[in-house]
Design a protein around this ligand. Sequence first.
Ligand code: HPA
Length: 246
Amino acid sequence: MAQLAIIGGTGLTSLKNLTITHREVMHTPYGEPSAPLTHGLLSGKKVVFLPRHGPGHTIPPHMINYRANLWVLKQIGVQKVIAVAAVGGIRADLVPESLVIPHQIVDYTWGRCHSFFEGKDSGVKHIDFTHPYSESVRKALIEGCNKAGLSRSEHAVYGATPGPRLETAAEIDRMERDGCDIVGMTGMPETALARELDLDYAACALVANMAAGRGPGDITMQDIERHIKAGMNKVRLLLEHTIPLI
Ligand code: HPA
């Protein structure tokens, strides 16, 4: 059974370099995960892949069943998770197609199911979330970048917004004052739910656009798609080099 899972984000609904062995349809007490699990081999290691937006990218960030996705991975024996996500760059040097391995997160989302622990039968639990990402998986990703010859930023704060709309320029100004370097819509509650289940979880973010008010003009979907297409090739290369290190 695979101990490593990759959660794919926008632009990574399938892993071209994964040799697929089988697919598995799973149900959870929290409802349906985003897709059947795809099991396979990547760089000679067993890996399970789950596209968080569904196989055809049909689930928007605020409708993702984050609890079912994390639960199902825990259920099948996964211990480590690499989460891939497209983000906007707030910090000036985080230009489109940059790779970022965030080390911290600020949560601006609301109205999502943020916990497995809802009192009564499921109990009450307060996880330590001082360091939200697994340092061992982060180190593997950083070392994977070194091996693949990819530059990256490994010190960055991810600001998680509710979506599905992009932010206003004033919201990005506020996030910058809060210390955020990148902005995305799926980092929370995914990261916290992984910690609640004791999964070693880290993220690999690809900058798809400059955040609102940080680029020369409006943000267009054509530009985002172009940068994601080019950047996801880097992500695939990074995964190939990272997986043997985990
Ligand atoms: N904001 C939020 N999420 C995103 C962005 C953005 O600018 N780009 C890609 N995902």
